[in-house]
Ligand binder design. Sequence first.
Ligand code: ADP
Length: 596
Amino acid sequence: MQFIRKSFSRKLALTYGLLFLLVFIGTYFYSSKVIENRVTGQLEESLTVQAKLLRHILTPLLIETNDQSKLGELVRELGKEERVRLTVIDPGGVVLADSEIESEKLGEVENHKMRPEIQEAFTGNIGKSVRYSMTLNTKMLYMAFPTTNDQETVIAVLRLALPLNTVHEMLRDAGHPLLAGSGAGILFVLILSFFLNHSVSKKVTKLTEAAKYYSEGDFTRRVHVSSGDELEILAKAMNQMAFTIKERISEIESERAKFSAILANMAEGVIAIDCSGKILIVNPSAERIFNIQSQDARGRGLIEVIRNKKIDEIMMEAIKVQSLVSTEIEIPQSENKFLKVSALGLSKEEGSVAGILVISDISEIRKLENVRREFVANVSHELRTPLTSIKGFIETLLGGALSDGERSKEFLKMMEEDTARLTRLIDDLLELSKIESKEADLKTELLVLSQEMEKVILAFELQFKEKKIYFENRISENQTIKVFANRDGLKQVLVNLIDNAIKYNKENGKIFIWAEQKKKDIEIFVEDTGCGIPEGAIARVFERFYRVDRARSRGLGGTGLGLSIVKHIVEAHGGKVSCQSELGKGSVFSFTLPVA
Ligand code: ADP
């Protein structure tokens, strides 16, 4: 900055000095010329007056006598008196007399006929010439006057010459003080301009410093100049400019931050590409979907990064037609992964965003759609079976069996069974949907496990007796186990598990119930010595409508929904269900609940 200030003020001072010097030189030469012209004019006037006088003295001598030595003497005398060089030349150009040359030496003087002032004088006018005299080694003013006789014939020319060095000396004498004055003037101008420039350059430096900060991106700086001139206007304009730019930048930054936040938090994957198909932006969801890294993907071709021809094709198509093109695709690499891809063509101009891909992972939606479809098919099937059976009985009765009292009673009993099955099925379906809708706000309370268990067991007493099943409830020994659970939910789970343990048990079979306390939860076990479940089916028994032996389950009044209700309730409590079973030997079903 110091450097800039110095050079700026120095430049200004030098400019002023140079200008002053130029003006001075111009003035000096112009005034010299004017003075020279004025002085020469005055000299010419005085020479003309002198010439007139001398002509009066010399003309009679030239006409009457032909005495050259007398003429020479007179000429020398007059020349001395008048302080001019006086020369008399005859019409042939021969010098008759010269105030500066002795008569004897006149013979050596060259003919003056060709001298311009002499030629002019012989035409009857006053001849004038300024030339450099080699003889006297100085610039001379020559004036030639014709001398005529009575017949107006030019008989000789009287030439007066005066060295002009006197004029130049005068000019030189006048020039000295002029030069000294100018020198002082230049010095004064330099000092004055230095002080003036110093204050100007200080302001310019402030402006330059601010401009430098602005160029580096720091728009917080302000310049304060109060000179009341254009520099103050410039400073204000720069401050305003910095303020406006800062505002714009923060607006752009906040817009960009919003844009980035939206992009980063979008569930959909977003990829933007340019005209040449190179990736510009990849958001975190797109990184996840395609298992790519944004920094690796940027600047590379779309197909090269996502390796999917179909997506690349619809993107190119969208750019070509400049509108939205959508499709659903299955990713072959990963199982059951479905994507909905929407490509939007925005521009074909170089340097702009050419197109945007929005990718939604619809795998979960597809899965749910499948589950729902399957469920509807299952429900319809389950409902159709007893309904078809009831319809068959009604047709048989109407067909004449009604008159047969015994048979119709039998049919009605079967119809009652089917109706009971339909009711159970609908009850279970309702129960399932109730659990699903309650899942979000399940009301739990502190329950003593053994007490809840007792209540459930009471309802099964008759069945145990009928099937001659040995039942052992080991939980009743431990009164301290408390769980956080929904009372009805817990009851439903226990009922379903014990019901299955009875249903799929054999006569004289056994059922054991016990609980184990884990770190944060209690695991409750229901073990039976029944038919067991084949290994491949164990994982599926909790699915809706799944039954190992469809006919057996139906015969026992099963709906295929009992275990899926158990699973739903337990998971709604944050617990887990599991099953261990050995075909022909028995099964152990267990579930966990959070400990109180
Ligand atoms: P269901 O109404 O058919 O009993 P569940 O959902 O309760 O429906 O059970 C599904 C299937 O799991 C049953 O059909 C049965 O094949 C098998 N299962 C359930 N509990 C037992 C058990 N304790 N022993 C053997 N198999 C069982």
